[in-house]
Every structure is written in structure tokens, then in C-alpha cells.
Design a protein around this ligand. Structure first.
Ligand code: HSE
Length: 397
């Protein structure tokens, strides 16, 4: 097979941009050359010679010799402008920007079709785990029943450190930032937004359902308190932030991001630090398990590299399942078993929103119920936010 030679215009030279530069220089087999790098900040000392850089995006977008744009900047709105313009100019694009992709999924799909140009983003979900291309190719039929897992490296790192090594939440977050795992606004990680963007992308490729990210329920780890951490310790459970999507019997899709108690016998229990993992369940193969580093310069760059390699043979996502599932399951039909923490004065308010109560506990300030709750009620509680509220999933019913 003859492979295209690629000339890259790179946007961004932060953690992943530098990682890509490094990884490409160690992959001589791939005929790819970084022709120009566009960066924002002038006067910054950089690890490679100045002549590689420009501050003008048009130097890349208008250069006919550049046939591939790699977008690795932080600002999702600016990224969308650059990616759209590159696709309109029929330059293939590789991006790792999950926020931008999730927020503009349909527009980006239309651009790919209108201009018949590849747009690949394996690095946007679970960094080094090749999950999108697997969903597109291996799982290109309707046998996939569910996909779930840990899709954010920073929160897994924080939860691992605070859980087993007893490092404080703030220190663990600082470490995740120093290692280049966290978003520049770490609230995107700890608040569960980053995991939700990734889930939106997974749902599109796994089930063909394209929704706005706001349609998916998410709950982060930034409200975890001693009550639920002690509960985990006593019961020998770990807490992980999980993204979950499954097709129910009527063919509708349920999808949400929540902190979850994980039992030692579950596959996700051993997935610690910056590792991510995905568990798929299909009608005939039962479960399959993928794991790999979910953040950081080189693991993310390795996925970008794989996309670049795919572009050399004109690979494109076909979105084969698009339209096969028309809607998300209504929230009231989704029942979750979990632990709900509350301030004691609000106990009866919270009790009213649960379908069943299995266990309850309260001290003078706060307490918890375990039991079943509809996702519609969980969404309502999150919006109303009375007092000291948190939710951790025990199991999906
Ligand atoms: N902040 C993200 C994470 C980076 O921690 O998973 C990789 O997408």
C-alpha cells in the first residue's frame, strides 16, 4: 500500500505538543514532518529553535505544502475555529480536544462530509487506549450492549493518592497538575466535565447517538467527603470516577458520569494512578477490558501519532452506526443504587427522593442513605443542591 507523505502544521506546543515532537523524532518509519508550529505566547523560552514557530495561524492554514493540521491547544473555542478552517481547506486534522469535539460534534461531522476530509481524535478519549478506532471498526455492528470505565486520568490519580497513600486532595491535585495530567482549569477534571465530554464521544461511536454533552448527567469527585471515604475504607471499596453508557431493551441509550464504589472483584479495582480503563460488553463476547495511561505527554502523543499514521493511508471515521439509536433514555427510567450524603436537617427532603432506603446513618451534622434513586431525581437534587449533598454509585440496577 502506498502511503501519503505528511507535512504537519502543529497548533500548540504545550505538554502534548512537545510530547508529539519527541515521539515523532523517535518514529523515523512514519514519513511525517512538522513544518510549522503555531503558538500564542511570544518571548517564551522553548525547547526547540525559534525558526520552527509562528504566531500567525494563517502561516499554517494558507500554506499549501501543509496537508495535515494537528490541533493541540487549550482553548476549545479557538480550536473549533482553527479545525473548521483547516477542514474547509481540505487539510486532514488530528485533535485531542475533547471539549471542542463534544460541543461541536454534529458541525464537525458535517464539515468532514462536506469537504471529504479526515478528522481523527483517538487521543481525545482515554489518551493511549485505542478505543475510538476499535468502536469504529471492531464493534461496527449492533452487538455492543454497554461501555463503561475510567476515562479521566487526573481524578483517578487523585483518588488513588488520597485513598491508599493518604495524601491530601489538594496535594494530589497539585501532583496531577505538575505531571501534566490535569486540564488548565482542573475543575473540568474534578467536576466530571472532562469525563462527560469523553462519554459524549464514546456514545456517538459506540451507539451512533449524537447528543449535546449537557444532555448527559455528570457528578464529579470534588465533593467527596470523609463520610463516604470512611464508608469505602470500612467496606474495602475504592472510589473511582466512572463514565457509563448502555443500551436498554427498548434500544434507547442511558449515559452518565458518577463517582462509583468499586469492589475488589471488579476489573476497575486494579486500575490506579493515571491509568484509564474501558470495559465493553457485547451480546456474544461477554466483557472485554482495555487499559492504558489516560493522560500525560507521551501516552497522549502516541495516540496522535497513531492517527497521523492512519492519515497516511487516508483512514476516516465512517460513523457507521449513526442514526441507529435515536434517543437517550428518559431519566426517570434509569434507576441507580448508591450512597446519598446529606446535611442532617435535610434528611427527610432527601429521603423523599429515594425509591428505596437500604441503610442509613447520621451523626450530628451529616448522614447518608444507601438505596435506589431515579436519575431524574438525582438530577433534581443536583440542581436544587440543598446543604451538603453528594452521590456515589454502588451499582446500576
Ligand atoms: N485532563 C485529562 C485527564 C487529560 O486527566 O484525563 C487527558 O484527556
Amino acid at each position: 500500500m502506498s502511503r501519503k507523505k505528511i507535512n504537519i502544521g502543529l497548533f500548540g506546543f504545550g505538554c502534548v505538543g512537545q510530547g508529539l515532537y519527541d515521539v515523532l523524532s523517535k518514529t523515523p518509519g512514519l514519513k511525517a514532518n512538522i513544518q510549522r508550529i503555531c503558538v500564542k505566547t511570544k518571548g517564551k523560552t522553548r525547547s526547540i529553535a525559534e525558526h520552527h514557530f509562528t504566531f500567525d495561524a494563517q502561516d499554517i492554514l494558507n500554506d499549501p505544502a501543509i496537508n495535515v493540521v494537528v490541533e493541540l491547544i487549550d482553548d476549545a473555542d479557538a480550536a473549533f475555529q482553527l479545525v473548521s478552517e483547516a477542514l474547509r481547506k481540505r487539510k486532514a486534522v488530528v485533535s485531542a480536544n475533547k471539549k471542542m469535539i463534544a460541543e461541536h460534534f454534529q458541525e464537525l461531522l458535517t464539515l468532514q462530509e462536506t469537504y471529504q476530509t479526515p478528522f481523527l481524535y483517538e487521543a481525545a478519549v482515554c489518551a493511549s487506549i485505542p478505543i475510538i478506532r476499535n468502536l469504529e471498526e471492531y464493534y461496527d455492528n449492533d452487538l455492543l450492549e454497554s461501555i463503561s470505565g475510567i476515562v479521566n486520568g487526573s481524578t483517578n490519580y487523585i483518588l488513588t493518592k488520597t485513598g491508599s497513600e493518604e495524601i491530601s486532595y489538594q496535594d494530589a491535585l497539585k501532583e496531577a497538575q505538575a505531571k501534566g495530567y490535569a486540564e488548565s482549569n482542573p475543575e473540568l477534571d474534578t467536576g466530571g466535565y472532562d469525563a462527560k465530554y469523553k462519554l459524549q464521544i464514546l456514545v456517538a461511536h459506540a451507539f451512533g447517538l449524537i447528543v449535546k454533552p449537557e444532555a448527559l448527567y455528570h457528578h464529579g469527585i470534588n465533593e467527596l467527603g470523609p463520610l463516604e471515604l470512611n464508608y469505602a475504607k470500612e467496606k474495602k471499596l475504592k472510589v473511582k470516577l466512572t463514565a457509563n453508557a448502555f443500551r436498554n431493551q427498548s434500544g434507547k441509550i442511558s449515559a452518565f458520569v458518577v463517582p462509583q464504589f468499586i469492589r475488589p472483584e471488579e476489573k476497575l479495582y486494579q486500575v490506579d494512578d493515571v491509568y484509564n480503563a474501558v470495559v465493553t460488553k457485547t451480546a456474544f463476547a461477554d466483557t472485554q477490558f482495555f487499559s492504558g495511561k489516560g493522560a500525560g505527554a507521551h501516552p497522549t502523543a502516541s495516540a496522535v501519532l497513531s492517527d497521523l499514521s492512519a492519515i497516511t493511508y487516508d483512514y476516516r471515521y465512517e460513523y457507521k452506526k449513526r442514526g441507529s439509536n435515536d434517543s437517550l433514555e428518559q431519566d426517570q427510567a434509569i434507576k441507580l443504587r448508591g450512597l446519598l450524603r446529606f446535611s442532617v436537617q435535610d434528611a427527610s427532603y432527601y429521603a423523599r427522593h429515594l425509591n428505596t432506603i437500604e441503610e442509613s446513618y447520621a451523626n450530628q451534622e451529616e448522614g447518608y442513605f444507601t438505596g435506589e434513586i431515579g436519575l431524574n431525581n438525582l438530577r433534581k437534587l443536583q440542581q436544587e443542591r440543598k446543604g451538603n449533598f453528594n452521590f456515589i454509585l454502588l451499582s446500576k440496577n
